[in-house]
Design a protein around this ligand. Structure first.
Ligand code: ADP
Length: 447
């Protein structure tokens, strides 16, 4: 096993990875910007290396600084977490070329899945159903109109190199399509450095359901069931649950098996997530994430499997050591993403934490680097904590969520806890009756 792992990330996910490493007897190296000197991930690591100024481009995205930190600290392997460099195929390749182990998939698979058109094509060939749409990139309005006519309006234009829920445009008719195509291409060019876009049928009331997979280097693949991430704002997940209230056991087994078989055919290794939209009983692939997901804890809570530990073991060449039949799903889990934001306007509200009290008790997990007196820096993502609760069934889980939210005190900052409190008592949420557009409508109603 590795002696030392460098964690190329910050915040709660850096802590999360440290915890798994420590439990495996592996020493950890934190990297940090000058804005994060007092961060918990720096305090709890065995070693810490400052890699640059606050601006992420010069620190957490600075490949040469991270590789230098790995060299001087004599690390064996690098875990990228999520965000930052986690889906940067060049980074994964450079890590390996510098003789460190990249804790994740091969750079070839990261590259393949980062090109959304190539990804869609690859998984389709491996037996996964996809959203109807253009077979490749679309660069002129004549072709766009032909495709829209074939699949029917509304359609959505998406960037081939897209991510983070950005740069998507919906069109309801030919004239909207013309404007949407031009703006989507120019936005994709400026935001992602590649103007290529493709067209898909816009599903009007789907759920976002994703399957977690684990694959080792020896051809063993398992799926760990699904997560329902339909509660979204601006295509960004806000609250997730597992299992999905929309699926029954047969559907779960079917889609899980399709995902696992496709992953095996593609030859993927490590943890990965296949994201689907689910409407009227049909699953439609949207993308594969070749990294650990923010919402991975809900899967851990219902399966008892430590996903980070598994990623570390797999990258060290160990076999999974269990088969699909060994995986047992138990109870229900919900995760709330808590952001330092105004709960109504979603404007980021960084600042200094006053009194801090995290909830606890049976089935309650808080993944966060917050502490009393900590200053949330303004330079990074506004997510400051994840509250994860587990119960023997969905109702118990919701009761526990309300209880845990009521205990949570984060003074000095505006947070999205009040939003989660509203969600936890909403009749539609209680009934599991929501799709990807539900939260936006809910926010509109509240205005
Ligand atoms: P990103 O990589 O930017 O996150 P995704 O392809 O994963 O983009 O899509 C993110 C979200 O955008 C989905 O969860 C869903 O809410 C919405 N979306 C994407 N494709 C479609 C579609 N064809 N129809 C309706 N909504 C879509």
């Amino acid at each position: 096993m590795f002696d030392k792992v460098l964690i190329a990330n910050r915040g709660e996910i850096a802590l999360r990875i440290q915890r798994a490493c420590k439990e495996m007897g592996i020493r950890t190296v934190a990297v940090h910007s000058t804005a994060d000197e007092d961060a918990m991930h720096v305090r709890l690591a065995d070693e810490a290396v400052c890699i640059g100024p606050p601006n992420a481009k010069e620190s957490y995205l600075n490949i040469s600084a991270i590789l230098s930190a790995a060299t001087i600290s004599n690390a064996d392997a690098i875990h990228p977490g999520y965000g930052f460099l986690s889906e940067n195929a060049d980074f994964a390749q450079m890590v390996e070329e510098h003789d460190f182990v990249f804790i994740g998939p091969s750079h070839e698979h990261i590259r393949l899945m980062g090109d959304k058109i190539a990804a869609k094509d690859a998984v389709k060939k491996a037996g996964i159903p996809v959203v109807p749409g253009s077979d490749g990139g679309v660069d002129n309005i004549a072709d766009a109109k032909l495709i829209a006519k074939e699949i029917g309006y509304p359609v959505i234009i998406k960037a081939t190199a897209g991510g983070g829920g950005r740069g998507m445009k919906v069109a309801n008719n030919d004239s909207e399509l013309e404007i949407a195509l031009t703006t989507a291409r120019s936005e994709a060019g400026s935001v992602f450095g590649n103007p290529e876009v493709y067209i898909e049928k816009f599903l009007t009331r789907p759920r976002h359901i994703e399957i977690q997979v684990l694959a080792d280097n020896h051809g063993n693949v398992v799926h760990l069931g699904e997560r329902d991430c339909s509660l979204q704002r601006r295509h960004q997940k806000v609250l997730e649950e597992a299992p999905s209230p929309a699926l029954n056991r047969t559907q779960r087994e079917e889609i899980g098996q399709i995902a696992a078989e496709a992953v095996k055919k593609i030859g993927y290794r490590s943890a990965g997530t296949i994201e689907f939209l689910y409407e009227d009983g049909g699953f439609y692939f949207i993308e594969m994430n070749t990294r650990l997901q923010v919402e991975h804890p809900i899967t851990e809570m219902i399966t008892g499997i430590d996903l980070v530990r598994e990623m570390v073991r797999i990258s060290n060449g160990a076999p999974l050591g269990y088969t699909q039949d060994d995986i047992k799903f138990s109870g229900h889990a919900i995760e709330c993403r808590i952001n330092a934001e105004d709960p109504e306007t979603f404007m980021p509200c960084p600042g200094k934490v006053g009194i801090y009290h995290a909830p606890g008790g049976l089935g309650v997990r808080v993944d966060s680097g917050l502490y009393s007196g900590y200053s949330v820096p303004p330079h990074y993502d506004s997510m400051i904590a994840k509250l994860i609760v587990h119960g023997t069934n969905r109702n118990e889980c919701l009761m526990r969520l309300r209880r845990a939210l009521s205990e949570y005190v984060i003074d000095g900052l505006k947070t999205t806890i009040p939003l989660h409190q509203l969600l936890a008592v909403d009749p539609d949420i209680i009934n599991g009756d929501y799709d990807i557009h539900w939260l936006e409508k809910f926010m509109e109603r509240g205005k």
